[in-house]
Write a protein that binds this ligand. Sequence first.
Ligand SMILES: [Ca+2]
Length: 281
Amino acid sequence: MYGISYVIFKKCVALISALMLLIVGMDEKNLPSPDGAEVISRHRYVLEDYYMSNQGVTNDGTYYYFSGKKNLGKARMSDGEIFLINTSPIPKELKALGCDHIGGLTCYDGIVYAAIEDGPDYLHPFIVLYDAQTLKFTGKYYELPQSLHIEGVPWCAFDAQKQVIYTAEWSNAAVLNVFSIDGLKLIETIPLSEPVDRIQGAEMYGRKLYMSSDEENDLKRVFSVDVDTGEVKTEFTRNIGKEFEAEDLTVYEGENGPVICVLDRGARRKSMNLTKYIITG
Ligand SMILES: [Ca+2]
């Protein structure tokens, strides 16, 4: 039996959560429509869930994996509910180097790969591996070349076909960095047809790397890079507004092509939206 104080506490949290969701829902009831895409659903996260989900997102077809700045969360894709968390995922050796920020996530074959950086000088960019089932640290991490990540490592994305991981610089990235899965060794860099700025996260679908940009205007576009040619394209324009902070994205196979799920931090900085888009051209 739960104690009466625990039951009251849980009921209070549920009430505060419902009120916050109501306020955010009213705040955001007239969001502009995207160009070149259609919104198919939006899931909001507040309170504890906000701290588990305000940076990164990836999926394995059954579960979403989220990162907060210092946390990890796992949710069912069927209802979006976070049911498993890890509130101390950064390995202590990396904390000792000043690493205090988990960014974008990607996953493959039961492993969640997290981009983790230090600050304010960004001397130690890492990719850290977690067990997707438990969210526990696997004991494996790899330091990336600092010369390729002078403003940290904001995201990483797995290419299952080539068995490589991509990263890029935060500001006006001119190339994609391509790392082997075995030991995260730099294989090559792919020149981009045009620079991409303030990319918060990315994920592969087909031969395209989809990217979420936190550009400093209202557009908050989703770009793609053809990883075989480096050709950059605007996939769609979200028009979400500059009061939102665009974060990572993830992509899964829908009935008629990719479903692109983009994380945004709300205008009050107290809620997250995971918005699903389908591309309409
Ligand atoms: Ca991602």
